[in-house]
Write a protein that binds this ligand. Structure first.
Ligand code: PMP
Length: 419
């Protein structure tokens, strides 16, 4: 319904807008796990900027560092010039993230979004191998630019390209055939069969948990088998950790659980810690075959994001307790979802760490649960090819009381919708 409060969005802003349709109010301020609209109603945020706000809204530690930096006239826009803020970030990233994990990655700053880092990863894989084809997975999501769309599954999003999306071949993700057929057979077979029609790929791109695709969780053994297959066939393995990285599943990188070392890793969303645009492409040093300026961009030096990112790494990632707390809270969400799945036919739970989903056989039910939750003051979104999964991405920093409050609303919503 159009009101004076929403009029300009409906008359001036493009029809392409989406989240605001499910959450029809006008938000004004936010703190921690809470958003407040301009009428003063509060909403517990179980979506956290689609995974860009792992440390909550306006985290005070990051906010003070940001304000101090701005007040001291620190560089805001830095192209890819060397700056103090960038140096401090790189040194901290190396010390808190790369070194403790024994990762010998070079760091590229692409444009500051997930799609930008995916594009950089695909271009680099093609350049290094001299091959053009990429293998992706069913229900994958990698972004809206043409390269990223070519490895994305969703047919509606793909159709938006308006041109053929080529040089990418989808393979079945883990458990695509519900465990009946071993999912790897097809991929291995076509790789080795010169009559299969599959060009030898430059790279495989995979999410360890498919966020947009419906919270499909790859088993560690499946990821290990994929990494082995890639290594044996000289195919680069790209893990897209844009949504599942920065602690969402527990450890900083979501692939740590499988003990694998991807050749290329994409990060964005929560890497700045504060919701500021920032992205990284990480790759093994021998892959650093870029020529200077070959992959350029005006907004690769968002220095305020380097500041908040550094402080987030120092504050949250110097102590293993943070990962443990994420896993404990994730288990609490999962227990509530498991109970609902037991109580209601056609409902099942899925997830890892603090990305959890409740899947409904009837897609409409997931939308109704989210709508009910919104009315009760909780933001949650749907995902999956038919939007059949209620998907939770709460801030990792939310308290147990907030978590329980949110799960009470979702439990009530599911009980009402399924009654
Ligand atoms: N990769 C993954 C796994 C994502 O979840 C997303 C965003 N949902 C992207 C890439 C694209 O990120 P962005 O929207 O910042 O371009």
């Amino acid at each position: 319904m159009t009101t004076a409060q929403t009029n300009v969005f409906e008359t001036l802003e493009s029809e392409v807008r989406s989240y605001c349709r499910n959450w029809p109010t006008v938000f004004e301020s936010a703190k921690g796990a809470w958003l407040r609209d301009e009428n003063g109603k509060e909403y517990l945020d179980f979506f956290a900027g689609a995974g860009a706000l792992n440390y909550g809204h306006n985290n005070p530690v990051l906010k003070h560092a940001l304000i101090d930096y701005l007040m001291s006239d620190g560089i805001t826009h830095g192209l890819d010039m060397s700056t103090v803020a960038k140096r401090d970030f790189l040194e901290t990233f190396q010390r808190t993230i790369l070194e403790p994990r024994g990762l010998d990655y070079k760091v590229q700053f692409p444009g500051p979004t997930g799609a930008n880092t995916v594009e950089a990863a695909l271009k680099l894989a093609r350049k290094v191998t001299g091959r053009e084809s990429i293998v992706s997975f069913t229900n994958a999501f990698h972004g809206m630019t043409l390269g990223a769309l070519s490895v994305t599954g969703n047919s509606m999003k793909r159709a938006g390209a308006g041109i053929p999306l080529v040089h990418a071949t989808p393979m079945p993700f883990d458990n695509y055939f519900d465990g009946v057929t071993e999912d790897f057979h097809w991929f291995e077979r076509v790789l080795d069969d010169s009559g299969s029609g599959l060009n030898r790929p430059a790279a495989v791109i995979v999410e360890t948990v498919q966020g947009e695709g419906g919270i499909n969780v790859a088993r560690p053994e499946w990821l290990r088998a994929l990494a082995d297959l890639c290594a044996k066939r000289d195919i680069l393995l790209i893990v897209d950790d844009v949504q599942m990285g920065c602690g969402r599943t527990g450890p900083f990188f979501s692939f740590e659980i499988a003990g694998i070392t991807p050749d290329i890793v994409t990060l964005s969303k929560s890497i700045s810690g504060y919701g500021l645009p920032m992205a990284l492409t990480l790759f093994k040093s021998e892959l650093d075959q870029w020529s200077p300026g070959e992959h350029n961009g005006t907004f690769r030096g968002n220095n305020p994001a380097f500041v908040t990112s550094r402080v987030a790494l120092e504050h949250f990632w110097s102590d293993p307790a943070f990962e443990q707390a994420t896993l404990a809270k994730g288990a609490r969400i999962r227990a509530a979802f498991d109970e609902l799945a037991q109580r209601h036919d056609g409902v099942s739970s899925r997830g890892r760490g603090m990305v959890q989903g409740l899947k409904f056989t009837e897609p409409d039910h997931a939308a109704k649960v989210c709508r009910y939750a919104f009315d009760k003051g909780l933001l949650a979104e749907t995902s999956g090819p038919s939007d059949e999964v209620v998907k939770l991405l709460p801030p990792l920093t939310l308290t147990e009381d907030e978590l329980d409050h949110g799960m009470r609303i979702l439990t009530e919503a599911t009980d009402v919708v399924m009654s």
